[in-house]
Design a protein around this ligand. Structure first.
Ligand SMILES: [Zn+2]
Length: 413
């Protein structure tokens, strides 16, 4: 079967990373199923379109419920909430938002971001397909949510109901929608003529340069560059007027977008746009060879991690994990690391504690248990939060524990 580009429909021919067969990364298992039931594995392969340069997962038949779960952005990450609060403050100032303005967030989750706009007196509306997080948003923050998938049809319907946004935020959602064309097609309907649409996404350039192959997982359909995002927006008479580079998720972009022909402008953001355009052009993101080189780098990371874990084991050292993110699931499944090499991992989120990482069946416990077990090494799976986590684990230094990350390459510190 030939794979077709999710955006432009061209045939895909170049493999970016083939991670074999893995289960759906957010499908954590409970104790009973982990012990007695099998689990379905799906191909996990990223390819690049040589026409629009969208890096994307090949089409895989996954269970029907699969796309209903937008990735749950844990309100438990302190740095993520700070990031969200800073964004709200910056946008309120830049766009002069007040009580007459409307901010719409796509994939608004439990209201973690919109709360900051609401607290400043700005009107807000969330859109999210997950009913239980919408209830949470209402109960905890008084935020109204349209419980649905955003796309062209919903955009048209909301416009008919009078929704017109001064600001639309799509933070870390564009990469997670299976049909980016349908998603972006809804924007022009609900964006005011002089409104701003911001999109945040992990920058493909960093994935390639720092070998962040573990950001590839089934719920993450697209891996975006500015090059591709500009091409996509153009199809809907939208244009990028500014770009910010962010440290989140191992290096992200925040792209500021307006209607083609609108007068919205910002000198500083425009300079950022030129800089990133130039970086991408210098790193040849529009060249198939750039993507082919990535595959060999991915394999080397697997050998390095296994080498470290096996050596530690033979020396009688204990290695435990920290975090249970989707990227941890990709990493451990691709490398074939089970509880024999990584006894258990811990996570702050009570939703994950007591469950098991999919595929590899590694138990997830509370952080206290990590401290009680006094391991020699702690493998930090969300390497993008390494400093925050190392700080939380400072007490482990007392018995000489060292911390380990596998991306961009194996590092013990
Ligand atoms: Zn394409």
């Amino acid at each position: 079967m030939t794979d077709i580009c999710r955006f432009c429909g061209c045939e895909l021919a170049t493999v970016v990373a083939d991670l074999g067969m893995t289960p759906v990364s957010n499908e954590l298992r409970d104790e009973q199923t982990a012990e007695s039931r099998g689990q379905t594995f799906y191909p996990l392969k990223a390819m690049v379109c040589e026409s629009c340069w969208l890096v994307q997962l090949t089409a895989v038949q996954t269970p029907a419920h699969f796309t209903e779960d937008y990735v749950y952005f844990s309100s438990y990450s302190i740095s993520w909430l700070k990031h969200s609060s800073d964004y709200a403050t910056a946008m309120i100032n830049a766009l002069d938002l007040d009580g007459s303005s409307l901010v719409v967030e796509l994939a608004s989750n439990d209201g973690y971001l919109l709360q900051y706009f609401k607290n400043s007196g700005v009107r807000v509306l969330g859109i999210d397909p997950t009913a239980n997080t919408a209830i949470h948003a209402k109960q905890q923050y008084g935020i109204d949510t349209v419980v649905d998938f955003f796309g062209t049809e919903l955009g048209r319907r909301l416009a008919g109901e009078g929704v017109a946004a001064d600001l639309i935020a799509a933070n870390n959602v564009l990469a997670h929608v299976p049909d980016p064309k349908d998603f972006l097609g809804g924007i022009p309907y609900i964006l005011k003529p002089d409104g701003t649409f911001t999109i945040e996404f992990p920058h493909l350039l960093h994935m390639l340069e720092s070998c962040q192959f573990d950001t590839i997982y089934h719920e993450h359909f697209s891996y975006l560059s500015l090059l591709t995002v500009e091409a996509m927006l153009e199809a809907f008479d939208l244009k990028v007027y500014g770009v910010e580079e962010l440290p989140t998720h191992g290096g992200s972009l925040r792209v500021h977008v307006c209607h083609e022909g609108s007068g919205v402008a910002d000198e500083k953001l425009a300079r950022g746009l030129e800089k990133v355009r130039q970086n991408e052009s210098e790193r040849r993101l529009n060249c198939a060879e750039t993507y082919r080189r990535f595959a060999a780098e991915v394999e080397r990371r697997k050998f390095d991690l296994l080498d470290f874990l096996i050596t530690a084991k033979r020396e009688g050292k204990t290695v435990l994990g920290y975090g249970a993110p989707a990227k941890g699931s990709t990493m451990l499944n691709y490398c074939g690391v089970g509880p024999e090499l990584l006894g258990f991992t811990v996570d702050l989120s009570p939703h994950k504690q007591g469950r098991f990482l999919p595929g590899v069946n590694i138990p997830i416990r509370g952080p206290d248990e990590l401290l009680a077990a006094r391991p020699d090494y702690v493998l930090i799976l969300p390497w993008n939060l390494r400093d925050e986590i190392a700080e939380q684990l400072e007490p482990a230094r007392e018995w000489g524990a060292q911390f380990v990350i596998a991306i961009p390459e194996i590092q013990v510190f």
